[in-house]
Design a binder for this molecule. Structure first.
Ligand code: ADP
Length: 219
């Protein structure tokens, strides 16, 4: 059967977790298994590429100083511009978040496959739960997040703690979870857990009782 208008859209899995919990690593493993990945950070970057209407809107709101000489978004300048004011930050988020989520929803509807992985780091903070059928939380101890953040980005402990404190708490995130992947073992263990989830989601996508199926908590 070819995919046509009447073929059900894929099951939408919202993948979230705190900074350096392992979201990108998990998404890469899902991609290796053939899943379509829709990543909020990539969608966001595309939306503010030169020539995009949203970039012009941002320049109108925050001034041409947020553009580089070649007309690209100067992320550092924008960050600096909104850094000190909660109201400015909110204004920026009000422009960005709905556009990002709307584009992700469109991409999910157009995607092929049994399920799509929608990477939404700020799922708990933006109330994006409505956008997905299921929430998968990548979870680990904050101390492990800090260690990974240091190894990946060279972020020191003080800044790392500030970054964690600015996000939703571990508990807030877990409250939204249907499925949980505890990432405190080796990358090989993580890959095996993602394989299990892949099988689970493929089966779930075809199941008529998916709403009432219990979630998976791994390991
Ligand atoms: P996020 O996308 O949530 O910010 P990443 O997937 O980038 O997190 O992971 C943060 C860092 O930790 C990366 O350098 C990644 O390679 C590493 N990492 C992730 N999971 C593991 C693991 N199970 N064991 C060792 N290192 C890991």
């Amino acid at each position: 059967m070819c995919r046509g208008k009447n073929v059900a859209a894929p099951l939408r899995i919202g993948l979230t977790g705190g900074i350096a919990s392992g979201k990108s690593t998990v998404a890469d493993y899902f991609a290796e298994l053939g899943a379509v990945i829709i990543d909020a950070d990539i969608v966001a970057r595309d939306l503010v590429a030169p020539g995009q209407p949203l970039l012009a809107t941002l320049a109108n709101e925050f001034g041409d100083a947020i553009l580089t000489d070649s007309g690209e978004l100067d992320r550092a300048a924008l960050r600096e511009r909104v850094f000190k004011s909660g109201a400015e930050r909110k204004r920026l988020e009000a422009l960005l978040h709905p556009a990002i989520l709307e584009n992700m929803a469109l991409a999910a509807r157009a995607a092929s496959g049994d399920y799509v992985i929608m990477v939404i780091p700020l799922l708990a903070e933006t109330g994006a739960k409505d956008l997905v059928d299921r929430v998968l939380v990548v979870d680990c101890e904050p101390s492990l997040q800090l260690a990974r953040l240091q190894r990946r980005d060279g972020t020191d402990d003080v800044l790392g703690r500030q970054m964690l404190a600015a996000q939703a708490s571990r508990e807030q995130r877990l409250e939204l979870a249907d499925d949980v992947l505890v990432n405190d073992r080796s990358p090989e263990d993580l890959a095996r857990m993602v394989e299990k989830l892949d099988g689970f989601y493929r089966e779930l996508a075809k199941a008529s009782d998916r709403e009432t199926r219990p979630g998976l908590r791994l390991p």
